[in-house]
Design a protein around this ligand. Structure first.
Ligand SMILES: [Zn+2]
Ligand SMILES: [Zn+2]
Length: 124
């Protein structure tokens, strides 16, 4: 079986196709499809949260929720409130007192480069 064929089986399985339907769709013998699925169980829940297309999971990897980066980015744009569940670090700028989210660096003390520079070089 080629990688292409096994990929197709997973996609069709994720779409809730039966073994017989997958076999006729891919042109593979039903028994081949059955034994493949026995060895590679496909989680029918694995569909893209954004577009609903099946998502192929990589075994032993973190579960993927999106079929592509494009869908992931679009989904996060449309659900900004969900980002709060991630471990982001809320901080208060030492210079202007504004609240900001430290994304990259937990030691970040200022909301912006501007405040950072101002704090270091106070205006005369
Ligand atoms: Zn998608
Ligand atoms: Zn600031």
């Amino acid at each position: 079986m080629t990688e292409n064929e096994s990929g197709q089986i997973q996609i069709l399985r994720a779409k809730q196709f039966t073994c017989a339907q997958i076999a006729s769709e891919t042109g593979l013998p039903v028994n081949t499809v059955k034994s493949y699925l026995r060895r590679h169980p496909v989680d029918a829940q694995s569909v893209c949260l954004q577009c609903g297309k099946p998502v192929i999971q990589t075994p032993h990897r973190k579960e993927k929720k999106f079929c592509s980066d494009r869908c992931r980015i679009r989904w996060w744009n449309e659900h900004p409130e969900r980002i709060m569940h991630r471990s982001v670090c809320r901080k208060t700028c030492l210079y202007c007192g504004a609240e900001f989210v430290a994304h990259r660096n937990e030691n970040q003390k200022y909301c912006s480069r501007k405040c950072y520079n101002r704090a270091r070089k106070p205006a005369a």
